[in-house]
Design a protein around this ligand. Sequence first.
Ligand code: ADP
Ligand code: MG
Ligand code: MG
Length: 478
Amino acid sequence: METGQPLLDLDGVDQGLVEKMAFDALVWSSLHGLVVGDRTAQRSGKVPGVGMMHAPFALLPTSFPESQFNMACEVAPIFNELVDRVSLDGKFLQDSLSRTKKVDAFTARLLDIHSKMLEINKKEDIRLGLHRSDYMLDEQTKMLLQIELNTISSSFPGLGSLVTELHRSLLIHYGEQLRLDSKNIPHNPAVSQFAEALAKAWTEYNNPKAVVMVVVQSEERNMYDQHWLSFVLKERHDVTTIRKTLAEIDTEGELLHDGTLLVGGQPVAVVYFRAGYTPIDYPSESEWRARLLMEQSSAVKCPSISYHLAGTKKIQQELAKPNVLERFLDNQEKISKIRKCFAGLWSLDDSEIISQAIERPELYVMKPQREGGGNNIYGEDVRETLLRLQKEETAEDAAYILMQRIFPNGSLTFLMRDGICHKDNAISELGIYGAYLRNKETVIMNEQCGYLMRTKVSSSNEGGVAAGFAVLDSVYLT
Ligand code: ADP
Ligand code: MG
Ligand code: MG
């Protein structure tokens, strides 16, 4: 069965059965912490335990071809290795982003921190990457194509693992009636393996008094996803986490002569960023000072500034150019495996592709150097923006890349949001988590660790779970 084909004929499913499953799923979510802050409750983004509601989820898992799923898992360690190699090539990062730097103030600030680290010859011996590589299955070509690779704040390892558990539980109880087997849902150890990677990084840092610091936004409705990681870290690895905003780190942080980062007097072994990926997180100089302070320290940064930059869309596009992967990987088999996942990617100085995109804008997506959803340009807006950039002849074009638009198969899905079950046509995006840890020449961990399926109504360009278009989902292998 192809992806997008419904697991079962939803029109044929007994309405009473759907209602029973939806009820059970809502209860399960509430009892197991598959929750987010309720945006209508005032303190829900600040105080845990206040104003919680179930996270949006798909009632049933989405079918996905096993061979393509396995392929996505197989390339995860190669992407981990690639990010590490790219991060070590400071000149490649600076050169590739040099034109972008002139027109994009946010990228420029990140590059400035990176330059400062190059100047002082800062070495990161312990390097930790917690990535998520996202894919869509292109309906026409049947190819699994990478949307992007996230190297900062890869979200939902916690809630994603839980949705898998929820779907297993539903299929254990209702699978016979639905003629679905819970065994076809792959295990999803994202949260335990991310926690393990953080714990191992903490161990490498080798200061038993030190903590893991989660860098957070001052209001965070997705806090339970983060708390899941902290909880597993504490329960299973006896590692303590603290949560600090960039502003707090600026006020409370200090650097000792030996490079130790103290925040509120506590030594920090690992800085885990769940903020700092968007300009909104840096409303003043204070936040940038905090970012620089952490970068200068000896704490393990997840990600370091070079890992962060290696995950930008511009670098994704540069890596897709001929003979660039060869600079970073020496194994031909690995190179061809990951190249197969690359969609068409272009910089805007390619006039031929610009003309084509102006002619057929629906076949392209225009992307700025931003993270967190809601930033891309689609359809008629692609044409308008390209025409404007042509006319103005500014350097602003360097802020964007162009990407082939991927068209996955749509199918009817039950989407659960705000306690209500909606049936809608939906498409899915598969994310594969990867963890990488090394200390100098020793690779301690290089693994694929679980997955995240996100399903969104087909009529929405971007989706976004937090934005309210997408739901968390899991995979039913076919
Ligand atoms: P972000 O870093 O903001 O998440 P993405 O590159 O993942 O940026 O784009 C956001 C969303 O836009 C994706 O989750 C996907 O739904 C949609 N999207 C991005 N690139 C493409 C593409 N090439 N084809 C179709 N949809 C895309
Ligand atoms: Mg992203
Ligand atoms: Mg994305």
